[in-house]
Design a protein around this ligand. Structure first.
Ligand code: ADP
Length: 233
């Protein structure tokens, strides 16, 4: 699936606007948050503590959106370093493991013997963000199955020509065609508290690395992402 130039422009422009006004929005949000906390005991007395919870959740969501925007509008040119992609993925797995286990889901990295330490030329922070976004989406897709079946997220790394090929495969709920066609669109989300920014930002990061990202999904049985990143010289 190709992201159009229009989508890219939209994202870049929104990113710039967000960076410019984020500060101005964050300050009032912080004070609203503080005052709601102060009102909490009163709302509790009225039996309306639920209202406080909703307001706080929504404020946090607004903050998340601003944060993700700031991230996406920051240096679009990657600051590249030669690092082992296997090691980077292991670090992301460590970050998500406890959340995954809580949701009855195993995460595993498989590497071919010859490719157990593939060096790629990447911006570590940006690529970590991409892998994290995708793994977290997989965990969400598995959790929403609400079945007794055990979730699996399999990551496979191998070299393919001048590229490292990273496969991220889950056995979650998968996507229908309409979702699949739009998942890289900025703001597209099917989640109640989603921002719809994770994959559009990931797409841009991978493109800025001269790599590529593809997705394949079957409704009801799972999704797999395929990422190519240039190997270090
Ligand atoms: P968000 O996670 O905030 O919704 P994303 O851009 O990360 O934003 O994802 C956009 C949408 O793509 C999700 O809302 C979901 O519908 C779909 N999606 C992404 N990854 C998966 C997956 N592994 N399995 C099923 N659906 C997915």
């Amino acid at each position: 699936i190709e992201q159009t130039a229009l989508q890219n422009d939209k994202l870049a422009m929104l990113g710039r606007i967000a960076a410019a006004i984020a500060h101005e929005i964050r300050n009032p949000l912080t004070s609203i948050r503080g005052f709601i906390q102060l009102l909490r005991p009163y709302l509790m007395q009225l039996g309306k503590e639920e209202y406080a919870r909703i307001i706080l959740t929504e404020i946090d969501r607004a903050n998340d959106i601003i944060f993700e925007f700031l991230n996406s509008s920051k240096p679009s040119a990657p600051m590249k370093k030669s690092v082992s992609i296997n090691r980077l993925i292991q670090e992301v797995i460590l970050l998500t493991e406890s959340e995954a286990l809580m949701r009855n889901c195993d995460i595993q990295l498989e590497t071919y013997e010859n490719d157990s330490d593939l060096m790629v030329s990447i911006d570590v922070k940006q690529i970590k963000q991409v892998i994290l976004n995708i793994v977290k989406n997989s965990i969400d897709a598995i959790e929403s199955l609400q079945e007794a079946r055990r979730g699996r997220i399999d990551l496979v790394v191998r070299s393919e020509g001048h590229f490292a090929e990273i496969t991220l495969k889950d056995n979650g709920k998968g996507m229908d065609k309409a979702t699949l066609a739009r998942l890289f669109d900025p703001f597209f989300t099917t989640k109640e508290a989603g921002t719809g920014l994770g994959l559009s930002v990931s797409y841009r990061i991978i493109r800025n690395h001269n790599g590529s990202i593809r997705v394949d999904s079957t409704e009801g049985s799972g999704t797999s992402f395929l990422i190519y990143l240039p190997l270090a010289e």
